[in-house]
Design a protein around this ligand. Sequence first.
Ligand code: RTP
Ligand code: MG
Length: 138
Amino acid sequence: MSNITFTMIKPDAVADGHIGAILGKISEGGFKIKALKLTQLTVADAKKFYEVHAERPFYGELVEFMSSGPIVAAVLEKDNAVEDFRTLIGSTNPAEAAEGTIRKMFARSIGENAVHGSDSDENALIEAQFHFSGREIF
Ligand code: RTP
Ligand code: MG
């Protein structure tokens, strides 16, 4: 499954009205949408999703932010999806993100940074299955 990645449009970008523009950038970037929904993480969901960051100083803030409002979850398909999607979204900190990247255009800050992108093929599959049932992935 090296051709899929998982993304979330985070609560900041949903609240700021950027769903349409971000989906447009994703589509223009050559990604095909395999699954898509508007949903909201509970605190427990966010804790579980970001478990790998549990020891990091920003974990509490991250969990609170990610469960603070609706998100858009999606599974995307493209050759080299994980790496190419991380290029399209740009650096974690929007101040360091390249011009034209989704984070440069739409993120508020390093914490409230508009979008998530999986960091490996293995995690893309785990994250897709965390959010979607088999019947929801096309
Ligand atoms: P993501 O997982 O959301 O695609 O982002 P990433 O790989 O670029 O960054 P990662 O290191 O995995 O961090 C996950 C998310 O935690 C928040 N964060 N806040 N305040 C901070 O210094 C800080 N550092 C990271 C961001 O929301 C980041 O996307
Ligand atoms: Mg990450």
